[in-house]
Each structure stands twice: as structure tokens, then as C-alpha cells.
Design a binder for this molecule. Structure first.
Ligand code: DAH
Length: 345
């Protein structure tokens, strides 16, 4: 019995040696170690042997089975590798070639600028709020101290949704984010500190510095005892965070109907540091935002007592900031969606 088992092992191994394909390997397995194989039959017939022999022969038969299975696994691995190698050769694949880079997305430069602006003001305690792009005449103009025949309406070339003759209840695409000042003050009682990022629209021919859709960020702070000093401190801090501690910041008088006094804020030119160059129109300064102390008429309109509360507001165009920082000379590049431009940021 022992001899015949050893013979089975040698025969099986000799046959395994001859196997040259994965398909044949399977039939070898069935033949030599499967249910109907001689080896399995030998194991089954053990029951009829005396105990002593049964132990000896049983353990040998098991050892042979394990041995054959092990050899089969080795052979299988070998055949698989051989198969892959010949496949690669046939297909002419060069697996040493570098792989294709998956294109990764990134944030749009304007989104990056918005994030940065929002993060500076939220660190100062401002909350973020958003509002509708389609706005009423009332919020965009009337409540901001810009009645129908006010010349300031000419500053805002408007996309009308309804006929503008409809007055306060005409709809339009908001020309600035300032209408959100009114919406917020209608709902909230002071103290208020909010920042409103959003899209704005102007009915204008586009050129290198004008787009019909662009982003603005509006700020509003209302409380007791807010003065011009708070406005200046806040906006100094903002400019220094965005453009660096050393950057000079200039405040000059300006006019906006919804503030009194109104100011225009400029920073020392990023390019020539104040000496004068093409970027700053040889003035040495870059204007970046409008601001002012909220007009008492605006506060009255939303039933906030201007004798008790004061506040400041500011508004800025967003695209201008990456344009200045990266030396981009055409605002239209932001919205052409040319990946070669966008992927640089
Ligand atoms: N809304 C103005 C614009 O679009 C910018 C502005 C100026 C906003 C002064 C303000 C402000 O809040 O106080 O041109």
C-alpha cells in the first residue's frame, strides 16, 4: 500500500511536470487529487485496514495530498506569470511607460479670492449671508436712498426683468450686493456684522475691465457707538491681511447715496509700490472698495433709530483682486472657462 501510494505521488508529479497550460492544470487536479482520483479512493479504503496500518498509511496519504496541492499552487502561479508575460509581449504593451496623469480639479481663482475675503472678515466676527440675484427695484435702489429720478441710477446700468416704469415693484438683476443691507436690517436687530458675497450684473458692453456678471462682497456693521474710526480700523486690517502689513492704505472722500460720509479706499500699487506705473494709471494707488457710514435715511427706512444706532458699510469688486495680485489684464478670462488659463491658479 505504501509503495503504491508513493508510486501515485511520483506519477502525479511527473504528469504535473508535463502540464503547460492553466486549463490542463484543472484537469490534472481532478484526475490526481479530485473525488474520483486514486489517491482519494485510497484514503477512503483506509477504513477497512487494522488501526495500526490505518494510522501510518492515513498520514502518508494525507501528506501526499498536501504535497500535491502545494505543488499545484506553485505551478499555477508559474503558469499565470508566464501567461501574463506572453500576453504583454503579444499586445506590445510597455509597462515601463509612465501612467497618464488624472486631471485634478481646483477652485476657480474668483472662488479662491472670495474664500480669502470671507475668511478675513469672519475672523473679525462677521457672519456670512447670501441673497437673491433677481432683486426688487425697492431693495436695489429705493431703500438705499436712490429714488427713481436720482442721478446715481446712471451709475448702475441695469438689466430689467420687468419694465422699470413699474417702480418699486419692478424686478431687476441686482447691480450690486448693497440691497442685502436692507434685507438683513429688516430682519435683524443690531448689533449686526455681516458679509455678503454674491453675483452682480451690469448692462454694459464687456471689455478688459468690465463684465456683465461679476462678483461683489458687501459688508455691514450696525451697533451703538460705531464711528468712522471703526470703519477705518476694520478696512485697514482687511487690506493688511490681504495685501501685506507694509502696504499703505488711503481713504478719500467719495459719494454713494446710501452712506454719509462716503469714502473710496485704495492701496499702494502692488506693482510699483507707489511710484506710478501702467497698472495704477501712474497714480501709485489702486482703488479697491467703496465704503461709508450708513445714511440715516437708510436706517430710518428699516426702522432702526439713527439717533441710537450707527454703522458702516462697504462694497468691493472681487475679480479685481486676483487681477491685481496675479497681473491678469482682462476680466473676461475668468469666465471664458479656458482650462489653460484656470489651471494656473
Ligand atoms: N454698491 C457700491 C457699488 O456697487 C459699492 C459700495 C460703496 C458699497 C459704498 C457700499 C458702500 O456698501 O458703503 O458700486
Amino acid at each position: 500500500m505504501i509503495k503504491s501510494l508513493e508510486k501515485l505521488r511520483l506519477e502525479a508529479l511527473a504528469e504535473l511536470e508535463q502540464v503547460s497550460e492553466l486549463k490542463e492544470l484543472e484537469s490534472w487536479r481532478v484526475r490526481c487529487t479530485g473525488k474520483k482520483s486514486k489517491l482519494t479512493q485510497a484514503l477512503r479504503s483506509l477504513a477497512s485496514l487494522p488501526l495500526d496500518e490505518r494510522r501510518k498509511i492515513g498520514s502518508l496519504a494525507n501528506e501526499i495530498k498536501v504535497d500535491l496541492e502545494l505543488r499545484m499552487d506553485e505551478k499555477k502561479k508559474f503558469l499565470e506569470e508566464e501567461h501574463m508575460a506572453s500576453f504583454l509581449k503579444q499586445e506590445g504593451l510597455d509597462i515601463t511607460l509612465p501612467g497618464k496623469l488624472m486631471p485634478t480639479g481646483r477652485l476657480h481663482p474668483v472662488t479662491q479670492a472670495l474664500d480669502e475675503i470671507c475668511s478675513i472678515f469672519t475672523r473679525m466676527g462677521f457672519q456670512i449671508a447670501e441673497g437673491p440675484d433677481v432683486e426688487w427695484d425697492y431693495y436695489n435702489f429705493e431703500a438705499l436712498n436712490i429714488p427713481p429720478e436720482h442721478p446715481a441710477r446712471d451709475m448702475f446700468a441695469t438689466f430689467w426683468v420687468d419694465s422699470k416704469e413699474t417702480g418699486e415693484s419692478a424686478r431687476l438683476l441686482r447691480t450690486h450686493t448693497s440691497p442685502m443691507q436692507i434685507r438683513i436690517m429688516e430682519k435683524e436687530q443690531p448689533p449686526i456684522r455681516v458679509l455678503v458675497p454674491g453675483r452682480t450684473y451690469r448692462y454694459e458692453a464687456t471689455d478688459a475691465t468690465h463684465e456683465s456678471m461679476f462678483y461683489q462682497v458687501e459688508g455691514l456693521a450696525i451697533d451703538t457707538n460705531i464711528t468712522m474710526a471703526d470703519l477705518k480700523g476694520t478696512l485697514f486690517e482687511f487690506c493688511h491681511c490681504l495685501f501685506g502689513e507694509e502696504r499703505k492704505v488711503r481713504f478719500r472722500c467719495d459719494y454713494f447715496p446710501f452712506v454719509e460720509p462716503g469714502v473710496e479706499v485704495a492701496v499702494e500699487c502692488l506693482n510699483c509700490h507707489g511710484k506710478g506705473c501702467r497698472l495704477c494709471g501712474y497714480s501709485g494707488w489702486l482703488e479697491i472698495l467703496g465704503a461709508g457710514m450708513v445714511h440715516p435715511n437708510v436706517l430710518k427706512r428699516v426702522a432702526i433709530d439713527p439717533e441710537k444706532y450707527t454703522g458702516f458699510a462697504f462694497g468691493m469688486g472681487v475679480e479685481r483682486i486676483p487681477m491685481l495680485c496675479y497681473g491678469i489684464d482682462d476680466i473676461r478670462l475668468f469666465y471664458n472657462n479656458d482650462i489653460r488659463f484656470l489651471k494656473q491658479f
